[in-house]
Write a protein that binds this ligand. Structure first.
Ligand SMILES: [Zn+2]
Length: 172
């Protein structure tokens, strides 16, 4: 353990019971407001109730523990146009997604830039970033992003590792 490059196995390797995995560190975030501007008409909407949402973030590399954000947020009603809406938290995560933007972009990069197969990317996220993402979820993210980049006129990158040279010298 004294010299650089010494192999140190992942301490969670071989753990079969989920209770034995390191407990997540919980960070509280608030998107809870009395009034918010209505996204439909721009007038003020009052708070109807408060909800909570858990977002899995990239883990803490210092302690090796996963990291969860517990987000408290307000739901509002606009009395002027009868619109129901939630306090904005697009800076943290996409609607209905259980993971922060940082997790999604790291996962997509592992597949698109590094060419890792989905299962390997899933394992990498756990081992080095302490966030568990099922490989099918990563596949959904990559395919959703692929549609976007195809729409932007870019080539879709396959899930398997392309040889770097082959990529450079590919004829168009
Ligand atoms: Zn409104």
């Amino acid at each position: 353990m004294a010299q650089p490059g010494a192999y140190i196995a992942d301490p969670t390797e071989g753990i079969t019971r989920v209770e034995d995995l390191p407990k997540p560190r919980v960070l509280k975030r608030s998107r809870n407001y009395r009034r918010r501007a209505c996204p439909n008409c721009g007038r003020s909407g009052y708070r109807l109730r408060t909800w909570a949402r858990v977002l899995h973030d990239l883990g803490d590399p210092a302690t090796g523990r996963p990291r969860d954000l517990h987000v408290t947020y307000s739901q509002h009603r606009c009395p002027h146009c009868n619109t129901y809406f939630n306090a904005d938290m697009d800076d943290l995560a996409l609607p209905r997604c259980h993971y922060t933007h940082r997790v999604v972009s790291t996962a997509v990069r592992l597949v698109v830039e590094d060419g890792l197969p989905y299962r390997v990317a899933s394992w990498h996220l756990w081992r080095d970033h302490r966030v568990f993402v099922p490989f099918a979820t990563i596949q959904n993210w990559v395919e959703a992003g692929g549609e976007k980049s195809a729409a932007a006129g870019r080539r879709r990158v396959p899930g398997r590792r392309p040889a770097p040279l082959q990529r450079v010298h590919r004829r168009r």
